[in-house]
Write a protein that binds this ligand. Structure first.
Ligand code: GDP
Ligand code: MG
Length: 175
């Protein structure tokens, strides 16, 4: 099938925040409780329709800093031609929130495009355990810069379709 636009979306973030689960929930509408092993780099595609246009989303999952990080080939192939980068953290784990800054630096140092950066707080289903003032903290980390923020749950699916649809729509409007 042909398409009108192709967007490359790269998912980064600390280990275990739910990067792979978000991709699987979105593309396959599925979820498993076990850790999803990501071997190096993997991508899945999904076609959606936005304002009468077929948009192919090529979604790249990465294995956090787990194994292949720091390798130049990793960074260059993952970030090459990236249109949108999702920095995912776990709403129940402050250290994953504090890592956003490192990932922003990594993008700065490795990505030659000027991607749309989206911050995603995942595991919203674990409601009682969520961190407080998350948005304030993100604002601090980003130095008050404008940012797009979504709270999702790969487990129950909350906001997952909305996240990908919204960012693709924004991007389509800028084409
Ligand atoms: P990754 O290392 O960032 O790719 O994280 P995974 O997708 O492998 O998920 C790590 C663990 O968190 C797994 O046990 C998942 O089942 C779990 N997980 C992922 N997303 C969610 C979520 O939205 N809610 C809950 N409760 N658990 C999640
Ligand atoms: Mg993974």
């Amino acid at each position: 099938m042909s398409f009108d636009y192709l967007f490359k979306i790269v998912i980064i973030g600390s280990a275990n925040v739910g990067k792979t689960s978000l991709m699987i929930r979105y593309v396959d509408d599925n979820f498993t409780v076990s850790k999803q092993t990501t071997i190096g780099i993997d991508f899945k595609t999904k076609d959606i329709e936005i304002d009468g246009k077929i948009v192919r989303l090529q979604i790249w999952d990465t294995a956090g800093q787990e194994i292949y990080r720091n390798s130049i080939s990793f960074s260059s192939s993952v970030y090459k031609n990236a249109d949108i980068i999702l920095i995912v953290f776990d709403l129940t784990k402050e250290e994953s929130l504090n890592k956003i800054d490192d990932f922003l630096n990594e993008i700065e140092n490795n990505c030659r495009t000027n991607p749309l950066i989206v911050i995603v707080g995942n595991k919203s289903d674990l409601i009682e355990e969520q961190l407080e003032n998350v948005e304030e903290k993100i604002k601090e980390i980003l130095n008050g810069d404008k940012f797009i923020f979504f709270k999702t749950s790969a487990k129950d699916g909350t906001n997952v379709n909305e996240l990908f649809y919204e960012i693709a729509k924004r991007f389509t409007e800028n084409q």
